[in-house]
Design a binder for this molecule. Sequence first.
Ligand code: M6R
Length: 366
Amino acid sequence: EKGGYQHFMLKEMHEQPKAVKDTLSPRVDDENRILLDELRLTGEELNHFNKITIVACGTAMHAGLVGKHAIETFARIPVEVEIASEFRYRDPFVDERTLLIAVSQSGETADTLAALREAKARGAHVLTITNVVGSRISREAHDVFYTWAGPEIAVASTKAYITQVVALYLIGLYLAELKGTMTRQQVAEKVAELKTLPEKIQQILDQQKTIQELANKQFNQQSVFFIGRGIDDHTAKEGSLKLKEISYIHSEAIAAGELKHGTIALLEEGTLVVALATQEQLYDKMLSNMKEVKARGAYVVAVTEEPRAAEVALSADVVLTIPDTHNEFTPALAVVPLQLFAYYTAVARGADVDKPKNLAKSVTVE
Ligand code: M6R
């Protein structure tokens, strides 16, 4: 059932190229047009919305953060992302002019379902991005966008995350074309790039030996810090969650510019800092943050795009590379080395990777 892999998590990481392909291909044609038949909204109805609210928990929430950036960049619609368990207990600004997007792999998460109901009761139009056909959330939403990742068994979400991110890219581009913030040609160029992601994810998976060797050296860390700026900060959060949930090493993600406002005090000789540096316009700032932590004794593992590897190497101890892609799409690639690192660290520590202690695959209690 694990197809020759030692754990479901490893198998599911390797299924990511296919999961992305399966999620994309029914929705894009040969001319790189986006067809979202599942969204029954007309352009006029879409223009009626003055904001989008994304609700989700855990990894799905991290996908939402990446989605916010993509939708705001492409379609120029304000997007807020809220943890479902927080959203429902405040008096949220949600009405008939809100498009609510509930993201949930299982479609059964209690807090996400409750947030969806709350938004519906306030008149919002509810779209869900989910991986499970017929799940409770899919039945209660007005519109459903299925990620075709296939069953995800490991508690740590990997392939579902990547397909959620891709779903949000498609929605952002679709909205952009409808609203006229991007031309058909511009959208087609983005879609063409999206189609290259499966192959690029595969190239990262092919580096797994290097990442395993790194994990075999670093698995005794007490505490690990993930830093990044902009969307790299979202990838940092996801990398940190992945590591802590399966390896039980304390870890936190921090926007790199915030380090000096407190967290940097925790660095000691040899503390592992994973630095994401994929954003062109923030690149110099990230390099100086890496130098800053190195000067305090940190062991810096950087993740960057191939063309920049040599330059980044000057400010890092180890560089892990991802293939070059458009700025907005780097989260779909940069997360993969972090998933592999979390996995091999957990294996090195002898943890029960697929079923970490205290956790359930779907959290159906509030
Ligand atoms: O099924 P859902 O996407 O609604 O689940 C949300 C979270 O419980 C889930 O992503 C959790 O954070 C994972 N264990 C992360 O790997």
